[in-house]
Design a protein around this ligand. Structure first.
Ligand code: PLP
Length: 385
C-alpha cells in the first residue's frame, strides 16, 4: 500500500468554476475575487477581506501597511514555517522569538511580556496545526503595551476557540491557500480585518499603490488612475478566486472528515508506547490542518525514513527555526534558547491527514507507526543539525 502525504480535494465543481472564468473576459482581480472576499469575510465574521497571491506577500504588506519597518521588533515563535520570521525581516524589522507551550506548540503567553522592549511594535502568533492561540490573553497583553497583533492563520481557516475566530481579536489575520492547505487554489492568500482603513490601504499595497484596479477601469467611461503610495504586486486573480469560491461551500463538511481522521489517530496513539502528540484543548474547534506525532528525538529521523520505506508520505512541521543556519549565523541564536520549540522540532513527524484518506490507509499508517516505533529502526542516519 502507498499512502500519499497529501491529496487535494478539488473536484468537478472546481473544474467547472475555473472553466467558466477561462471562458469569460476577466482573468485578473475581478468579480470572482470580489465574491470570494465578501464570502470569506462573512465566513470569519470580520468586516473586510483582501485577496492576495500568498500568505507570504499578504503578511508582508500587512506589516508594511501597519507601519512596521526598520528599528521595530515583532514578537513571534521559532515553531513555524520560515515565511513567518522572514516576512518580518523583509520589512526591515527584527523578529524576536519566544518559546511555545509544551502541549500545543502555540506561543506561550506567559513568556511574551519578558520579550517586550521599547522597540516592540507587534505580536505575530501562529495557530499551530489549526488550533487557535489564546487570543484573549494575547489581546490583553497587546492592549496593555499598545502593540499590534497580526495572526499567522495559515493553518486556521476553520478554527475557533472560546467563540473567537481568526481576525476577530486582532488587527489582522493572514491566510494561506498554498497547495497543501485546507482551503487551496495552488498558491494564494488573504487578509481579514475589522479595520476599514487598513483594508483600503492593503488594496493599494497589493497593486503598486494604484488608485484604480483593472476591474475599476474596465467598467464605465475612461478614468485615469493615480499612484498613492509605493506598493507591491500580489493581488489575487479570478482563476484562484473561482477555485476558492466553489470550495467554501464544502469547507465544514471536509473539516468534519479531517476531525474524524484526527480522532482515529488520537485514539490509536493515546496508549502507544513511545508516541505522544499535541493536545486539543477544551473550548477549541480545531481546523485539523496537520496531524503530528512526537517520538524519541534520537530516533526521529530513522522513524521518518522507515515510514517512507513503507510508502507513507511524511513531513516535518517544523524544525525550530532559530537553529537553521541563517538564523544561527546572522542573528546569533543557539540551541538551548527555546527548549519547547527545540523539543517539538527534534521529535515531530507529520502523518497524512486529508479528507480523501480511506479507512484502510488510516489503519495502515497506524500499524506502520506502531511497528516502526516499537521495533528498532533498520536504517541508521548520521545525526543532523
Ligand atoms: C504555509 C504557511 C505559510 C506560508 O504560506 P504561503 O501561502 O506559502 O506564503 C506561513 N505560515 C505557516 C504557518 C504556514 O504553514
Amino acid at each position: 500500500m502507498k499512502v500519499e502525504f497529501y491529496k487535494h480535494n478539488l473536484d468537478q465543481q472546481e473544474i467547472e468554476s475555473v472553466t467558466s472564468v477561462l471562458q469569460s473576459t476577466f482573468l485578473t482581480t475581478g468579480p470572482q475575487t470580489a465574491k470570494f472576499e465578501e464570502s470569506f469575510a462573512t465566513y470569519l465574521g470580520t468586516k473586510r477581506c483582501i485577496g492576495v497571491n500568498s500568505w507570504t506577500m499578504g503578511n508582508f504588506i500587512t506589516l508594511k501597511a501597519l507601519g512596521i519597518g526598520e528599528g521595530d521588533e515583532v514578537i513571534t515563535t521559532p515553531m513555524t514555517f520560515i515565511a513567518t520570521p522572514n516576512t518580518i525581516l523583509q520589512t526591515g524589522a527584527k523578529p524576536v522569538f519566544v518559546d511555545v507551550e509544551a502541549e500545543t506548540g502555540n506561543i506561550d503567553c506567559d513568556k511574551i511580556e519578558d520579550a517586550i522592549t521599547e522597540r516592540t511594535k507587534a505580536i505575530l502568533p501562529i495557530h499551530m496545526y489549526g488550533q487557535l492561540c489564546d487570543m484573549k490573553c494575547l489581546n490583553d497583553i497587546a492592549k496593555k503595551h499598545g502593540l499590534l497583533v497580526v495572526e499567522d492563520a495559515a493553518h486556521a481557516v476553520e478554527s475557533e476557540r472560546d467563540g473567537i475566530k481568526p481576525g476577530q481579536l486582532s488587527d489582522a489575520a493572514v491566510f494561506s491557500f498554498y497547495a497543501t492547505k485546507n482551503l487551496t487554489c495552488g498558491e494564494g492568500g488573504a487578509i481579514v480585518t475589522n479595520n476599514e482603513k487598513l483594508a483600503e490601504d492593503l488594496k493599494l499595497y497589493r497593486l503598486h499603490g494604484m488608485s484604480k484596479s483593472a476591474a475599476d477601469r474596465y467598467h464605465g467611461t475612461f478614468q485615469h488612475w493615480d499612484m498613492e503610495l509605493l506598493g507591491y504586486k500580489c493581488n489575487m486573480n479570478d482563476i484562484q478566486a473561482a477555485m476558492l469560491n466553489s470550495q467554501l461551500t464544502r469547507l465544514d463538511e471536509l473539516n468534519k472528515r479531517r476531525n474524524e481522521i484526527a480522532e482515529r489517530y488520537e485514539a490509536a496513539f493515546a496508549d502507544m508506547p513511545g508516541v505522544d502528540f499535541p493536545k486539543k484543548l477544551g473550548g477549541s474547534h480545531h481546523a485539523r490542518h496537520l496531524f503530528t506525532i512526537w517520538v524519541d528525538p534520537t530516533k526521529r529521523d530513522d522513524i521518518l525514513v522507515a515510514l517512507q520505506q513503507r510508502q507513507i508520505g511524511v513531513a516535518v512541521n517544523f524544525r525550530a527555526l532559530h537553529l537553521l543556519k541563517y538564523y544561527r549565523e546572522e542573528h546569533g541564536y543557539e540551541r538551548g534558547m527555546f527548549p519547547q520549540a527545540e523539543r517539538i522540532g527534534d521529535s515531530t513527524i507529520t502523518l497524512p491527514l486529508y479528507p480523501k484518506l480511506t479507512e484502510e490507509e488510516i489503519d495502515y499508517v497506524i500499524d506502520c507507526a506502531r511497528d516502526v516505533v516499537t521495533s528498532s529502526p533498520q536504517v541508521s542516519l548520521h545525526a543532523t543539525g
